[in-house]
Design a binder for this molecule. Structure first.
Ligand code: WT7
Length: 653
């Protein structure tokens, strides 16, 4: 564990003593009360059996959790259902076909309201198109799209026919896309000509064409027309969405699948180089996301307008833009672009326009808005907001208080939700009608969830102490395994503390027993709420012919939480660096992984600090990157290395 950084964070948090009680109107009608926690604690299986009734099952499950083959869980195993039917058709059948599922707002200002009835037609057509292309239950489909409604339609069409999707964030490079397509064995790709980003069309299809040079398994590509830009199409492989989807019937009878049928694979960075394919299945995932979307945000589906301001390419988009809200029959906002296009008030304009009642976003966005100034949101009517959510990284108390005050008008509880791609659903969060909010604290486990903070021996640390966050019982939306890597699943999550899920985060319980997250304890960085692996970026750097060795660290950054800082040793013939090589390497990382992985800075050094056993001491590099007094160097193989690096730093700056 990065003890020094952890302690700094702790000291700040310990001086934070403000609390904010929930508003009485919210308490009076709250979905979750203190009784809910008591019921769930008394019998969590009965609690999750009860929550399964939120869904419509073709065959009701009689089992809840099967943990007999731990850590491979089965939930509701004898139940059968169709995910798309649960997210769409049943709301239409219940008479809510005219309810808006999405208020879509394109970046250039185009808008489209999509009702549940329209969504049902479009999903059915897209499902029929996939069937025409020969996609069958179990086949994998890659989705590489901007934030447009067809992304939701494509995901649900796959779910409807039992074809697991793997959505690849549109900001990932062609190489990253190809690696995911190959690992997952996708045969069909759904993409678009492009999307709008910062006021301009940004092409996507060329990256697909490049990726497909090394993905022999892909036979069809469906291309959505979004920007209308000139787009090369490969005869016999590529088809326009309008052509193939447009001519299909709007009738499609959904088939029921077993609860444990795979729903999707989502790739995420781990502490080793290769991204992990997190597998989520159908029944438990839908129960977990539907329950938490309703509970954490105190959702009233008839009146709320919910907005998850996250990309569909991340798990937040999957769980709280698509599956949770749609399973609950909620109305959501979906926004394509960046927060400052065409002006820095765009988000607040959208909230004002649609009467958004619940906003869910990342602290990095909040810190950016703080920088831009509160005068901007003050120009808009934000009085519709009643609950705010935060996700992706620890929220610092300043950002929490600013968010609550300037965006929430001091009325709104702030739900700081801790969870992961792996957990699928919120795990730790205050419930808005119950907790007195503490700025910076994720507070306590969601009803029905069991977490603990333990020491190196796996023993609970008790109040007032820090340690490792673990989950002590299986939960409905948990990952089932890593795609094709059962052993790595066991090793990564279940071997550090036998019988407990090791999350990779440090945490602390305060004197009330409430939980505060302290950041990762492994080589994983968190940049703007996105998970980045130090080793993955190091491998990208050393794959460049001029680089001999690389070390990457996450340095504290005021806006993005952490920023990527790289130290590289060049090969002899490459010279001693200079601005051109730094630029070349940054671009190389963007090409290998994606622009989001570009290091903020790259330092060319002669040596890297290593222990006698050859392990890079990232802790010391982090000290340099953060301009701190250096920690203990006695375990260094050659302690003069750090002096050289620091000397180089001041020389280069
Ligand atoms: C990691 C998971 C959860 C969806 C988006 C990120 C960090 C997430 C919080 C929070 C402190 C948080 C953790 C976690 N994290 N939420 N509320 N407070 N840290 O999903 O990419 O799978 O990353 O994000 O370090 O392990 P992810």
């Amino acid at each position: 564990m990065n003890a020094e950084a952890g302690n700094d964070a702790l000291d700040n948090l310990l001086t934070e003593e403000r609390t904010f009680p929930p508003p009485p109107e919210l308490v009076a009608q709250a979905n979750v009360t203190e009784d809910t926690y008591a019921q769930a604690a008394a019998d969590d299986e009965a609690f999750w059996a009860e929550q399964a009734k939120r869904l419509s099952w073709a065959k009701e499950p009689t089992e809840v959790v099967d943990w007999s083959n731990a850590p491979f869980a089965k939930w509701y195993a004898d139940g059968e259902l169709n995910a798309a039917y649960n997210c769409v058709d049943r709301h239409v059948e219940a008479g809510n076909g005219d309810r808006v599922a999405f208020h879509f707002e394109g970046e250039p200002g185009d808008q489209r309201d999509i009702t549940y009835a329209q969504l049902k037609d479009e999903v059915s057509q897209a499902a029929n198109a996939l069937i025409e292309l020969g996609v069958q239950a179990g086949d994998r489909v890659a989705i590489y799209l901007p934030m447009i409604p067809e992304a939701v339609v494509a995901m649900l069409a796959c779910a409807r026919i039992g074809a697991p999707h793997t959505v690849v964030f549109g900001g990932f490079s062609a190489d990253a896309l190809a690696a995911r397509i190959n690992d997952c064995g996708c045969e069909v790709v759904i993409t678009a000509d492009g999307g709008y980003r910062r006021g301009k069309p940004a092409a996507l299809k060329p990256a697909v064409d490049k990726a497909l040079e090394s993905t022999p398994g892909v036979r069809s590509v469906i291309v959505i027309r979004r920007t209308g830009e000139e787009t090369p199409m490969t005869e016999g492989r590529d088809v326009w969405w309008d052509d193939i989807v447009g001519r299909q019937s709007t009738e499609h009878t959904p088939q029921a699948f077993p609860a444990e049928h795979p729903l999707y694979v989502m790739y995420t960075s781990g502490s080793t180089g290769k991204p992990k394919g997190i597998l989520h299945t159908t029944g438990g995932y839908l129960v977990g996301t539907a329950y938490t979307h309703w509970a954490t945000f105190d959702l009233k589906p008839e009146s709320d307008v919910f907005w998850t301001a996250a990309d569909i390419g991340w798990v937040t988009g999957h769980s709280y833009l698509v599956y949770g809200p749609l399973a609950n029959g909620a109305t959501s906002v979906m926004y394509e672009g960046t927060p400052d296009t065409p002006h820095q008030g765009r988000w607040w304009e959208i909230i004002d326009k649609y009467g958004v009642t619940i906003l869910y976003c990342a602290p990095t966005a909040i810190r950016t808005f703080m920088k831009w100034g509160h005068e901007i949101p003050e120009k808009y009517d934000l009085s519709s907001l009643r609950v705010l959510g935060s996700v992706g990284e620890p929220i610092n108390p300043e950002a929490y208080v600013w968010y609550r005050h300037y965006i929430g008008g001091d009325r709104t509880p702030v739900a700081d939700t801790w969870w992961q791609t792996e957990t699928g659903m919120h795990m730790i969060s205050p419930m808005p009608g119950v907790a007195d909010g503490k700025p910076g604290a994720a507070m306590r486990a969601v009803p029905g969830i069991s977490v603990e903070v333990v020491n190196d021996e796996g023993q609970p640390v008790g109040n007032g102490k820090g340690g490792y966050l673990v989950v002590t019982k299986p939960w409905p939306a948990m990952l089932r395994t890593l795609w094709n890597e059962d052993e790595r699943y066991v090793e990564t999550y279940w071997s550090r503390f036998p019988g407990m899920y090791f999350a990779g985060d440090g945490a602390k319980r305060d004197d009330d027993g409430d939980i505060w997250l302290l950041g990762r304890v492994d080589d994983v960085m968190n940049v703007s709420g996105h998970r980045m692996s130090t080793t993955e970026i190091e491998s990208a750097l050393v794959s460049h012919p001029k680089v001999a060795e690389a070390a990457v660290v996450g340095a504290t950054d005021e806006t993005t939480g952490q920023a990527i800082v790289a130290f590289v040793i060049l090969r002899g013939e490459a010279g001693d660096g200079g601005p051109e090589i730094v630029q070349e390497l940054r671009n190389h990382v963007a090409q290998e992984i994606g622009a989001i992985a570009k290091p903020r800075s790259i330092m060319v050094v002669a040596e890297l600090p290593k222990t006698r056993s050859g392990k890079i001491m990232r802790r010391l590099l982090r000290d340099v990157a953060e301009n701190r007094e250096m920690g203990d160097v006695t375990t260094l193989q050659d302690s003069s290395v750090m002096d050289q690096i620091k000397g180089g730093m001041s020389a280069s700056s």
